[in-house]
Design a protein around this ligand. Structure first.
Ligand code: V0D
Length: 237
């Protein structure tokens, strides 16, 4: 019996690509595209919450994005504060559990403080788990896990023979999130680009031409529809 058919994906991950292309098509600056992208993100969180998605994780900035032109990086780095200012209260009031995953060593101290505060303030929320992957890389995450495991083995906190896939997962940035059911990438790029690697082992992958600032409810509906049509087998039959 196929009872996966009408199941909502529990965990959706999105690579929000195409902000620059969207702006260029309109003769606008890339920065305006990114700003529009923030609004689309906020609408998407709201909609996911409405339809009962439990986990939403989005790729905001990769470990490789630092090599973009300085001007663009400088602008991008203003978005977190802008996002938190406009959306922080809504998250608190509507049961959004907020998390940021990724490296923390390149973030400015005051931003890090604001992130920590909101993570703690929304700790008890469980309406939707909204996670931002920020200065995140999938390979970096795995290397980081391996290092932490090596330390714990050396300090006799774990035994090497006890290391299995389950225990390894506890050392990933996503240790508190389930595996990804549905990965969406916008803007017609058919790549993973070092987003979650371990976590997408069994994910359905959905690629759309829609540019991120144009992404609407019906685009998410289409992705979920497609997900429900596919028959997920996790390698079994
Ligand atoms: C631009 C579309 C929220 C994609 C979404 C610096 C690109 C909006 C954040 C954010 C970005 C990050 C950390 C945090 C709170 C919010 C964000 C970046 C880009 C990269 F604690 N949106 N957003 N960060 N965009």
């Amino acid at each position: 019996m196929d009872n996966t058919k009408d199941k909502l994906p529990k965990h959706i991950a999105i690579i929000m690509d195409g902000n620059g292309t969207w702006a260029k098509k309109r003769g606008l600056s890339r920065n305006l595209g990114h700003r529009k992208g923030v609004q689309t993100l906020i609408n998407t969180i709201k909609y996911c919450q409405q339809i009962g998605i439990e986990y939403l994780t989005v790729f905001a900035f990769s470990t490789e994005n630092w090599s973009r032109p300085k001007e663009e990086v400088d602008y991008l780095m203003k978005l977190p504060e802008q996002f938190l200012e406009t959306y922080r209260k809504t998250m608190c009031d509507n049961g959004v559990r907020f998390r940021v995953i990724g490296r923390k060593d390149n973030l400015k101290a005051d931003l890090l403080k604001k992130i920590k505060e909101l993570e703690i303030e929304t700790e008890e929320n469980n309406n939707i788990h909204f996670t931002l992957a920020f200065d995140y890389g999938g390979k970096d995450e795995i290397v980081n896990a391996a290092k932490k495991i090596a330390i714990d083995v050396k300090e006799n906190k774990i035994k090497l023979e006890d290391l299995d896939e389950n225990l390894f997962y506890h050392y990933l940035y996503t240790k508190d999130l389930p595996m990804v059911d549905l990965l969406i990438r916008t803007s017609n790029q058919i790549r993973i680009s070092n987003f979650m690697l371990w976590q997408i082992a069994y994910s359905e992958l959905y690629f759309t031409d829609t540019l991120w600032p144009d992404f609407r409810r019906r685009d998410l509906d289409k992705a979920i529809d497609e997900y429900q049509k596919r028959n997920r087998r996790f390698g079994g039959l």
